[in-house]
Structures are given as C-alpha cells and as structure tokens.
Design a protein around this ligand. Structure first.
Ligand code: ADP
Ligand code: MG
Ligand code: MG
Length: 199
C-alpha cells in the first residue's frame, strides 16, 4: 500500500531530480521553445516541497492536490497548468483514503493524464509530455520500474516527431529532430516513483 509519506517522497524525489536536470531541460527547450522549462519546473517543485513541509497533508490525495495547486500558481508557461492538473486530478481521484493500492494509484494517474489531454488538447504523437505519460500509465500495472522505462522510451521517441501542440508547434517541420522537454521532465516525474518506492 502507498501512504502519504510515499507521495511526499515522490514529490521531493521529483524536485531533486528537476534540480539535477534543470540545465538539460532548459537546453532542450532552447531549439524548440523559449529556454525556460528547467527553471519553470525548478520554481514549481521548490514551492511544492516547501508547502508540503508547511502544511503537512496527511493523505495521498491531499499531498497530490496540494502539489498540483502550487504548480499551477508558481510555474508560468504551458507546463504549470498541465502538470498542476495532472497532480490535482490524480489526487482528487484518490479521494481521502489514508493508503491506496498500486492499482488504485494507476487508475487515478490515468484520470490525471486524461485531464491533461482534455486541458491541452494533445494526443499521443503530438510531441508533448503526453508521449511519455501515456506509455507510463499503460505500463504501471507492471510496476514502477516498467513505467519508468516506458516513460524514458516515450521521451526519446519524441525526437523524430513534428510538434503539433505548444510553442514547439510554431516551428512546424523545424521541430523535428529535437527531444521534447516536457516529455523529458515527465520521464523524470515517473522515474521518481521508483526512488519513492526505494526500488
Ligand atoms: P512554455 O512552452 O510555455 O515555455 P514550458 O517550457 O514550461 O512552457 O513547457 C513546455 C512543454 O510543455 C513542452 O515541451 C510540452 O511537452 C508541454 N506542452 C506544451 N503544450 C502542451 C499541450 N497543449 N499539451 C500537453 N503538453 C504540452
Ligand atoms: Mg518553455
Ligand atoms: Mg515559457
């Protein structure tokens, strides 16, 4: 079973990973964006970890809804509302249970990813965070390590795609040949699950 402490570890592991990879995320956002993805997420996840300490939410759902709310309010740009919606919707789907099973979490995360697709209008293949999140939720029934591998593969597979959503889509064919920054950060988010689980 996964408790509030697990979800807190997920958020702190994501924040640490975003800190380590911020320069790379911003570098990926340079040729096909505005070179702010790393700093956007750093600002957001710093706020999330600070608020988690301050408010000390006691259920998995409360941890994720708090995280989502603060991502929305602190991250500028496209990725803030999208990541915020992902975590808020996932948290809402977990309700107020003190512990949730991995299967319940997988189902909730799918609801979160669906909400991101509704909000942003992106489908798989559009060269966005969806290209790593959808394979990750599809693989989650096989465990966190499988989800991590699927997300990383999905992020790498964005390179040959032409962007159809977000800032990168303004470049048309010139977006081809670059890995999507948001798919890359989504792979970090999913990879942090294995750290939270101690795998
Ligand atoms: P901005 O483009 O506003 O500067 P960021 O650089 O923080 O925002 O985030 C860019 C990432 O957001 C992209 O790499 C892409 O993965 C994701 N993204 C942008 N628009 C959408 C969308 N409509 N749906 C899903 N993801 C999107
Ligand atoms: Mg950007
Ligand atoms: Mg921006």
């Amino acid at each position: 079973m996964l408790d509030a402490a697990f979800f807190r570890r997920w958020m702190t592991a994501t924040a640490a990973s975003v800190d380590r990879e911020a320069e790379r995320l911003t570098a990926l956002d340079s040729p096909i964006g505005d070179a702010d993805h790393g700093s956007n997420l750093q600002r957001g996840f710093h706020a999330v970890t600070a608020e988690l300490e301050k408010e000390d939410p006691q259920t998995p759902g409360a941890v994720l809804t708090l995280a989502g709310r603060h991502l929305i309010s602190t991250v500028g740009g496209a990725s803030g509302p999208l990541y915020g919606t992902l975590l808020r919707r996932t948290g809402k789907a977990l309700g107020d249970a003190g512990e949730v099973s991995e299967a319940e979490f997988a189902q909730a995360l799918r609801a979160g990813v669906d909400a991101v697709m509704t909000l942003g209008g992106a489908a798989p293949g559009d060269k966005t965070m969806i290209d790593s999140l959808v394979p990750a939720v599809d693989a989650l029934s096989d465990g966190f390590t499988a989800a991590r591998a699927a997300a990383e593969e999905g992020a790498l597979a964005t390179t040959p795609l032409q962007a159809r959503k977000g800032r990168a889509s303004y470049l048309g064919e010139r977006s081809i040949g670059h890995q999507d920054p948001g798919a890359t950060s989504s792979a970090l988010l999913i990879a942090a699950l294995t750290e939270a689980a101690g795998e």
